[in-house]
Design a binder for this molecule. Structure first.
Ligand code: C5P
Length: 286
């Protein structure tokens, strides 16, 4: 196999994230909200394959239905990079979606980041990580953290990032089986938008409060019922704007033990928190 063919077959990971805490400190004139959050990158997520071609076209196949190709954030990310860098080549993107949509785990944003990072390499665009992160911010507030590929404290819309090293932790993700619209949560009149900003330089790098939780549980009462049902396993948190709930464990065996107890009643997945994204590890190798 030639080096080029090998690169084309490479699996490019798009990891999920958790918001270990999420504070909303205000609403901005552009309608977005100012946040303070702690992003934990996970060792699990979606997977993408890229086949570069000379057609100039961007096409996509996906293992699940329901995302029209033209609206897919992967296709939009590829078009953005192609336009900005005047790329004549095309690509076929094959997306293996494992992260549920509308789950608060950053699946779409991570897919977009992986497209930008991978195609920057495969199309030889020569964009810096910062340039890719800025492009990513045009696609979504959570894209930059996945481009930088490190667990991080974040401010602004989520793009002002400070990489952190987190104590190794394991999480049990609990999927309630429905999607939450991020835009609807941020538009909700009852959303707490006035958290006092904390000093991020001395922020505790631990799971904490999520200001979106109260309105999401009001919009979806079954989520509150689920949180109560699993609360004997530890403090239940919600990631992003939901719908995923998570429990945190210092010990891998404890997370796997909780998963085997809960899996007959709930859709759960034990995962590991990582400081460095598996995407960057692939990028170093190709
Ligand atoms: O940027 P993204 O597409 O993920 O955001 C989805 C929606 O969530 C935005 O249209 C905006 O209404 C809201 N949002 C916000 N403040 C943020 C991030 C998202 O108001 N910091």
């Amino acid at each position: 196999m030639t080096a080029r063919a090998h690169t084309a077959q490479q699996t490019w990971p798009a990891p999920a994230k958790l918001n270990l805490f999420l504070h909303i400190t205000g609403q901005r004139p552009d309608g977005y909200h100012d946040l303070q959050t702690l992003f934990q990158i996970l060792d699990w997520g979606d997977e993408l394959h890229f086949n570069v071609n000379d057609s100039g076209k961007i096409t996509r196949s996906c293992n699940i239905e329901g995302i029209p190709e033209s609206e897919d954030i992967c296709v939009r990310a590829a078009k953005l990079l192609q336009d900005r860098c005047h790329v004549a080549k095309g690509v076929h993107i094959d997306l293996q979606k494992n992260i549920p949509m509308g789950a608060g785990l950053g699946g779409g944003s991570s897919d977009a980041a992986t497209v930008l990072v991978a195609l920057n390499k495969l199309w030889s665009c020569g964009q810096s990580q910062q340039q890719l992160a800025e492009m990513g911010l045009e696609l979504g507030a959570d894209v930059p953290v996945f481009v930088h590929g490190h667990s991080a404290l974040a401010q602004g819309r989520g793009e002002k990032l400070q990489a952190v090293s987190l104590t190794p932790r394991y999480y049990l993700l609990v999927f309630p089986g429905f999607a939450v619209s991020t835009a609807q949560v941020f538009q909700h009149p009852g959303l707490k938008r006035d958290s006092k900003p904390i000093d991020m330089a001395s922020a505790g790098l631990q799971p904490g409060r999520n200001d979106c939780e109260a309105v999401v549980m009001e919009m979806h009462p079954q989520l509150k019922t689920l949180a109560q049902a699993i609360s004997s396993w530890g403090t239940v948190r919600m990631s992003g704007t939901g719908s995923t709930l998570f429990l945190s464990f210092a010990d891998k065996k404890a997370a796997i033990g909780a998963a085997s107890e809960l899996k007959c009643r709930y859709n759960v997945r034990p995962v590991e928190g990582v400081d460095c994204s598996p995407l960057l590890k692939v990028l170093e190798r190709v």
